[in-house]
Design a protein around this ligand. Structure first.
Ligand code: T46
Length: 139
C-alpha cells in the first residue's frame, strides 16, 4: 500500500453555528482544527466547467480545501491508487497531506474553492510532471 492510504484522507466536518433567528450559518476554522499552521490562503473562482486545476503534487505542503460555494471533484492519486472526492458543502473540507497528486475538475457554475495551506508559495515544492511524481513516490 502506497503512502498515504487514500481511504484515510479525511473529509473533515467544520464546526457550523446556525443562527437561532434564521440569519443563516457561520462556520469557523480555528488554530487547532488543522494539523498545520495556516501560512497562506488562496481561492479559485470563475473556473470554467471544462477546466482542470491542480495537476501536480507537493513535496511538503499540506492543505485543506473547502467548496465555499458550488461543487467540484478532487481526484487524488498516491502513485498507485486514485480516488475521486466531491466537495459540495461549505461546512466540510478535504485535508490533503503532502505527496499526493491532485486534480480539480467538474467545477459547477459559481464554485469557489478555498485553500488553506501550510506554507508560503514556493514553486520548488511543486512536482508538476506525473512521471516525476511516480519517481518521487518510487512507484
Ligand atoms: C493546489 C490547487 C488546488 C502564486 O503566485 N501564488 C500562489 O499562492 C499560488 C497558489 C499560485 N501562484 C501562481 C503560480 C501560477 O503562475 O498562480 C499561477 C497559477 O497557479 P497554479 O497553476 O499552481 O494553479 P492551480 O489552480 O493549478 O493550483 C493551485 C495551487 O497552486 C495548488 O497548490 O493544490 O490550486
Amino acid at each position: 500500500m502506497s503512502y498515504p492510504n487514500l481511504e484515510e484522507i479525511e473529509l473533515k466536518e467544520i464546526p457550523k453555528i446556525s443562527d437561532p433567528d434564521g440569519r443563516g450559518n457561520l462556520s469557523v476554522v480555528e488554530r487547532d482544527f488543522l494539523p498545520f499552521v495556516i501560512k497562506r490562503v488562496y481561492y479559485l473562482y470563475d473556473v470554467p466547467s471544462s477546466s482542470t486545476r491542480g495537476g501536480h503534487a507537493h513535496k511538503q505542503l499540506q492543505q485543506f480545501l473547502i467548496a465555499l460555494s458550488g461543487s467540484f471533484d478532487v481526484v487524488l492519486d498516491n502513485g498507485t491508487n486514485r480516488r475521486i472526492i466531491t466537495l459540495n458543502r461549505p461546512d466540510r473540507g478535504l485535508l490533503i497531506p503532502n505527496g499526493v497528486w491532485r486534480e480539480l475538475e467538474n467545477f459547477s457554475s459559481g464554485a469557489v474553492c478555498l485553500s488553506l495551506v501550510s506554507a508560503e508559495y514556493d514553486e520548488n515544492d511543486y512536482i508538476r510532471k506525473y512521471k516525476e511524481f511516480k519517481l518521487f513516490k518510487g512507484a
